[in-house]
Ligand binder design. Structure first.
Ligand code: ADP
Ligand code: GLC
Length: 501
């Protein structure tokens, strides 16, 4: 297709700002689109924790400072750029002392969402939509990611209809997680700078007496997608998977699709990962054993090996946000028992306090068997993907999931629940094409039964290596996903030409 100008509006962008997979995806998708010839301009907030010097982020001198309204007040804004403002992929950061110059992406140091979250989203959206005009750069596509960047799509629809924005600016919303909808009191419409009428039926924002940005985005965007075909089907199937928006989504069925994320194998490749104590690849897994031994030693885990140096039971890894979504509650009741049987566990994550506390208690009780690292640590995450034998991801729901893709590439068969993107990416034992282990019902007993199947397969060394090798050979290719986004962009543009406001 002819090259497009894509304005990418996002709150996370790896490695600058990342809480979970969203940051990996906005960065890898932008790079894949640029590699395919498109011009991509990313706009994210200049968060206080960003080390401008180390990241080569500087003020964009050619643009003046300006004052933009958010939350009923004018705020001083400056645009910054990362590296040289040249090339097909350029990253812009919006400086605003009032709203962004503090550490944190969504939450403050107390773990609670920022009280001025709506103002932050409003300012980010305004600053993003203004950029094409300031740069005299016609945007073909305005691509927003999750509820927090929906304001940009709303402003495009409500303020810039037919004027002000150079280029057609067809809007695309990617839903990375339907559970985070940004629901706020109706009065917050004003902080967004939108008429109060939008907060009452049939306004775009109205949601049971409050406002809901995800809902508004679903209604307003020219095209929308989520990050796996499986999750796309689930979210229109009923209120639970659809988080109360299944009918809204079903109403836009024609415009809604699922596009599987890719994995960025430039960062996630055990054959040349600089963060590992030893590299390895399929055909020679010797380095993986060294990674495992180093991980056991690092985390103080004691393990029994047979005379071939093989563990009696596998070392299980978990890397992820410790939140209800990730199925941590399914793991908690059975880990001690499995540890007693010889399994070992390396757990890295932060999140809900109740889950952090429960895992911390378990690790204290099971010292030497269960290790818990309660921090965000990119390098340790790599060492766990490489050093574990199996990777646990028993999520209750999972829009796509990247961790299981990384685990597959690192030769650590994932244990997953049959849901969303996990079901789309892992083939369960005993299928001849199996790449991991899959269970159905969200019950600890079912996870336990699955780990008993792991135990059995583990005992058969050759079968285990075949399982690893099949997973390592898979590629979830960003180039393929980027072509699917091109189709979505083309449909969004065609819809706009067809007269959508
Ligand atoms: P989600 O986006 O729901 O968190 P994904 O599987 O898509 O789930 O992506 C999670 C990403 O965040 C992966 O890159 C994973 O390695 C990373 N991650 C999560 N928690 C941590 C942590 N505590 N330390 C390092 N990386 C983490
Ligand atoms: C969300 C989802 C996760 C997905 C990621 C990137 O955080 O929870 O499943 O992989 O976004 O799209």
């Amino acid at each position: 297709m002819a090259p497009l100008n894509v304005l990418m509006v996002c709150a996370e962008y790896a490695p600058l700002a990342k809480v979970g997979g969203l940051g990996d995806v906005t960065a890898a998708l932008s790079a894949a689109l640029a590699a395919r010839g498109h011009q991509v301009r990313v706009v994210m907030p200049l968060y206080g924790q960003l080390d401008r010097e180390a990241l080569d982020i500087r003020p964009l001198k050619k643009l003046p400072g300006l004052a933009l309204r958010a939350g009923g007040r004018m705020r001083d804004v400056r645009y910054h750029v990362r590296g040289r403002a040249a090339g097909r992929l350029q990253v812009f950061c919006v400086e605003c002392a009032d709203l962004f110059d503090r550490p944190g992406i969504y939450n403050g140091p107390d773990g609670e969402p920022f009280p001025d979250a709506v103002e932050r989203m409003a300012l980010h959206g305004r600053a993003a939509l203004l950029l094409p005009r300031l740069l005299d750069w016609p945007a073909d596509i305005v691509h927003v990611h999750d509820a927090q960047t929906v304001p940009a799509a709303l402003y495009r629809r409500l303020w810039y209809a037919g004027r002000g924005l150079p280029g057609p600016g067809a809007t695309v919303l990617t839903i990375h997680n339907l559970a985070h909808q940004e629901i706020h009191p109706a009065a917050a419409a004003e902080a967004l700078g939108l008429p109060a009428g939008q907060a009452v039926y049939p306004g775009l924002l109205e949601f049971h007496g409050r406002i809901n940005l995800m809902k508004a985005g679903i209604l307003a965007a020219d095209r929308l997608n989520t990050v796996s075909p499986g999750y796309a089907r689930e979210t229109v199937s009923g209120p639970e998977a659809g988080c109360g928006l299944h009918e809204v989504l079903a109403g836009r069925r024609e415009a809604y699709t699922g596009i599987l994320n890719g994995a960025d194998y430039r960062t996630w490749d055990p054959g040349r990962d600089p963060l590992l104590p030893a590299v390895y690849d399929s055909g020679d897994l010797g380095g993986k054993v060294r990674c495992r031994d180093a991980l056991l030693a690092e985390l103080g885990l004691e393990a029994e090996t047979d005379r071939h140096g093989r563990l009696r039971r596998p070392l299980c890894g978990f890397v992820g946000r410790l939140v209800t979504q990730k199925g941590v509650d399914l793991m908690l009741p059975i880990l001690a028992r499995l540890a007693g049987d010889g399994f070992r566990f390396a757990i890295l994550g932060t999140g809900e306090k109740r889950l952090e506390d429960a895992v911390r208690r378990l690790a204290a009780d099971q010292r030497g068997r269960i290790a818990f690292c309660d921090r965000y640590d990119e390098a340790l995450a790599h060492r766990i993907y490489a050093g574990c034998d199996v990777f646990l991801m028993p999520s209750l729901f999972e829009p796509c999931g990247l961790s299981q893709m990384y685990a597959l590439r690192y030769g650590s068969p994932p244990v997953v629940r049959r849901t969303g993107g996990l079901a789309d990416t892992v083939v369960g034992h005993p299928d001849p094409d199996a790449t991991g282990f899959v269970f159905g019902e969200p019950r600890s007993e079912d996870l336990l039964a699955c780990l008993r199947a792991v135990e059995k397969t583990w005992a058969d060394r050759d079968a285990w290596v075949r399982l690893q090798e099949r997973g390592m050979a898979l590629r979830f290719d960003w180039n393929a996903s980027a072509t699917a986004y091109e189709d979505l962009y083309a449909a969004a543009l065609a819809g706009r030409e067809g007269g959508r406001p």
